[in-house]
Design a protein around this ligand. Structure first.
Ligand code: NAD
Length: 332
């Protein structure tokens, strides 16, 4: 039985990954600072260790000899309301960097055979993402670096950290830059949720004929990948020999207002969109509207070329599955 350790498996993507690995016959150990909110431990792993991975002693206990694969997804993160307001910058950088520093070192000491690191599209330079119709997120556009958030800078630092451990200690790494992953069993309320979940929650909570609030002018563009396709892409990357950072995302780019319209159409409700920004936003929330870059889309050319597979599910299909789950949560 192959042994996998999923760090951050109490979270959204890590939970889905643990579940999939367990179904594939792996022995799965999860470590996270919190329990999974929506799944019992036995559904996603064999062992669940609740601990703080910023503590090197905890990482020492979690990563043991004889482990085949470590999946490092633990990070202090959230949606735009968490990582783009500036209010959590110190914690985001400090906590996530500490986790990655501990993990990279421990994987070498314990001779882990393969390590996956989840980076983010937030590490791409802001200057290539000013045109909402034509963002450039090809892997080779990463430098000169200029991410628009400290979250992105930390991801870039940690990519380089894992690549350094590969060069100097032969740590066998795989690195993916995730682009907006969404789906059920993810954070959908409380301030750390991301745009698709927030949008679907607002729609599910709204009564017929009312309006939902969309942050910014709604013309900023993004792409969104359904979580099961993300997990499939991660497993295929792990099986490959490709060690450089590679995008995992969807190339189906939409405006944020289009995303809201999809959510509304799935619900079957008659709702209007209210875009909120500028002074109106600041007065209401007490901070500037955190919309991030103007445009972002995954560029999957390198993944297709090196791994030979591509994601295929249309955004609307993933949104239908996610909406029904979020509507259930809202109505609980
Ligand atoms: P998530 O917040 O649901 O999962 C991260 C998990 O890390 C959480 O369960 C959290 O409790 C855990 N964690 C945080 N600090 C910890 C600590 N000190 N010790 C132990 N556990 C700790 O986020 P997610 O959406 O599942 O993202 C997983 C990874 O993918 C993260 O590294 C994230 O930065 C990256 N990523 C996600 C997206 C996305 O769209 N969801 C996009 C780009 C990158």
């Amino acid at each position: 039985m192959k042994k996998a350790i999923v760090l951050g498996g109490g979270g959204f993507i890590g939970g889905h990954l643990g579940k999939r690995l367990k179904n594939e016959g792996y022995h799965v150990r999860i470590a996270d600072i919190k329990n999974h909110e929506f799944w019992n431990h036995h559904e996603i792993c064999h062992e669940f260790i609740k601990c703080d991975l910023t503590d090197p002693k905890a990482v020492e206990l979690v990563i043991t000899e004889g482990c085949d694969e470590v999946y490092q997804l633990a990070a202090d993160m959230g949606g735009a309301g968490y990582i783009f307001t500036g209010e959590n910058d110190a914690n985001v950088m400090h906590n996530s960097a500490l986790i990655n520093l501990n993990v990279a070192k421990e994987c070498v000491l314990k001779k882990v055979k393969k390590v996956f690191y989840s980076s983010s599209a937030c590490m791409y330079p802001e200057h290539n993402q000013l045109d909402p119709d034509n963002p450039n997120c090809s892997e080779d556009s990463a430098y000169p670096a200029n991410p628009d958030s400290e979250y992105g800078w930390e991801k870039l630092f940690s990519e380089r950290l894992f690549l350094s451990f590969n060069r100097n200690y032969k740590l066998n790494v795989r690195i993916a830059r995730f682009h907006n992953i969404f789906g059920p069993q993810g954070t959908w309320t409380g301030g750390k949720e991301k745009a698709p979940a927030a949008m679907m929650r607002k729609v599910a909570e709204s009564s017929e004929g009312s309006e939902i609030e969309v942050w910014g002018d709604g013309l900023q563009t993004r792409s969104f990948l359904y979580v099961e396709e993300c997990v499939e892409a991660v497993l295929r990357l792990m099986k490959s020999e490709f060690k450089e950072p590679v995008n995992i995302g969807s190339e189906e780019m939409v405006t944020i207002n289009q995303l809201a319209k999809y959510a509304i159409s799935i619900s079957g409700k008659d709702l209007n969109i209210k875009n909120i920004q500028g002074e109106e936003f600041k007065t209401k929330y007490g901070f500037s509207c955190p919309t991030g870059v103007r445009g972002r889309n995954s560029d999957n050319k390198l993944y297709r070329e090196k791994i030979g597979w591509e994601v295929s599910e249309p955004l609307l299909e993933g949104m239908k599955k996610t909406y029904s789950w979020i509507a259930d949560q809202v109505n609980k």
